[in-house]
Design a binder for this molecule. Structure first.
Ligand code: AMP
Length: 436
């Protein structure tokens, strides 16, 4: 029989790797909660028009990368990003009527049929957030600052913030016209894709990785010359806030990003190129003041970002402890297994992670298992121990061994393992304690 494999570009995350994922997810949840954001969960499947209308009909995502299918006559799409679904939920549940400002975060898988490579997958995980109802640049600076702290907590080196302003709708139209005028005489030198984009979505040409397009775009006008007074004041104010917070950033006039819904502020945070290569963008975000209204809601301004977990994993340098349990209960014989099951239950009630090895194996093989799982303590229960009402406590770290009554053994395990857990960050409670 042919062996079935995972879909190309979609990865399994095995338990050996999950500790680092948990650390990132928990650090994010904690960071967001410190800033008053609450978690929202929206479906993985959405009606296709949601993405066509928001992300944009002529973007790479909508044109080439969506997993779309018909189901009972309705076109559905596996979400390629999280903002559109969050905005849909915001409108659908009339959230604006209940609160003037809304701060949501989310985490979960996104799906894009891109060409898989390191840091670019077809199912990937994003951490993201949206602020609805605040049109000013203050929240933008706060969010960028929050992200820098988050990346610092994950020990990510070489972080760089790049910002730009795309202006409002009218600015975009005027800029688009100027770009078309600059690029039309160069049409033949553009890549095939960009020749088409010149008609459909000329701003995207600035984002092209093709050298021919990059050369053609070199002398192109930049958007800053087209910003109106309001756009300009907004951007200046953002810069003032960032300066006041001591944030180092670069203004990149050609930054456009691959989604159409952005207005005014746009930003990216990149990590070290040596680690991440071409996919060095860790976080992308910006303002999208017309999306809520475009989805049938009121005119509510919004700002948000998304970060890719896989890229954070590649870029980060923190380690997590790999021990799976604190103690292994090693019974020798079937009567001992019964006692062992009860003993393990007592330990778990006290928060000690433990496993009982009920396979009926030799002590040697059980000790091997304890070692493989990173247990600090092995509690050995044999016929002799049962008869005497004791248990043998073998401390693998301290290389010591003592016999003692069961109740005392439970106390000893708690004392030693809880003390040890203060230095271990694979345990949930320790994780939070470290970051608080
Ligand atoms: P975007 O939604 O395109 O603005 O992307 C936001 C962030 O999600 C990027 O900066 C990456 O960290 C991550 N990301 C986007 N596309 C992929 C992908 N195909 N595979 C892995 N991560 C991705």
């Amino acid at each position: 029989m042919t062996q079935l494999r995972a879909v190309k570009g979609m990865n399994d995350v095995l338990p050996d790797q999950i500790g680092r994922w948990h650390r990132i997810e928990r650090t994010f949840a904690r960071t967001m909660s410190l800033h008053g954001f609450r978690e929202v969960r929206t479906p993985f499947l959405e009606p296709t028009p949601l993405f066509v209308r928001t992300v944009g009909e002529t973007t790479d995502i909508v044109e080439k990368e969506m997993y779309t299918f018909e189901h009972h006559g309705e076109s559905l799409t596996l979400r390629p990003e999280g903002t559109a679904g969050a905005a849909r939920a915001y409108v659908e549940h009339n959230v604006h009527a209940a609160e003037p400002m809304t701060r949501w975060w989310y985490a979960g898988p996104m799906f894009r049929a891109e060409r898989p490579q390191r840091g670019r997958y077809r199912q990937f995980y994003q951490l993201g957030a949206e602020v609805f109802g605040d049109e000013g640049p203050g929240c933008e600076a706060e969010v960028i600052d929050l992200l820098l702290r988050f990346l610092q907590d994950l020990s990510i080196p070489g972080v760089r913030v790049v910002i730009n302003s795309l202006g409002g709708g009218a600015t975009r139209l005027r800029y688009r016209q100027a770009l078309v005028e600059h690029l039309t005489p160069l049409l033949d030198s553009l890549s095939h894709d960009s020749q088409r984009r010149l008609r459909t979505n000329p701003l995207r040409i600035l984002d092209s990785k093709d050298e021919r397009d990059q050369t053609a775009a070199l002398g192109a006008p930049t958007i800053d010359a087209f910003l109106d007074d309001g756009d300009r004041a907004h951007f200046e104010s953002l810069r003032k806030y960032l300066d006041a917070l001591g944030t180092t950033y670069t203004v990149e006039k050609r930054l456009v990003r691959g989604l159409d819904y952005y207005t005014r502020t746009l930003f990216e945070i990149t990590g070290a190129q040596e680690k991440l290569g071409a996919g060095s963008t860790l976080v992308g975000g910006g303002r999208y003041d017309s999306m809520v209204a475009d989805l049938g809601g009121p005119q509510v301004p919004a700002f948000g970002f998304a970060a890719g977990i896989e890229r954070l994993l590649i870029a980060s340098e923190f380690e997590v402890a790999s021990n799976v349990i604190d103690a292994l209960v090693a019974p020798l014989g079937s009567e001992a297994a019964t006692v062992g099951l009860g003993l393990a239950r007592d330990l778990r009630r006290e928060g000690i992670r433990c496993e009982v090895d009920t396979r009926g194996k030799s002590l040697r093989s059980q000790l091997r298992r304890a070692d493989a799982l990173g247990a600090r303590i092995v509690l050995i229960v044999g016929d002799k121990e049962i008869a005497e009402g004791v248990v043998q406590v073998k401390d693998l770290d301290a290389h010591s061994e003592e016999r003692m009554p069961i109740t005392q053994a439970v106390r000893v395990v708690i004392d030693r393992c809880v003390a040890a857990s203060r230095n271990v960050d694979s345990r949930p409670s320790a994780d939070f304690a470290r970051n608080s």
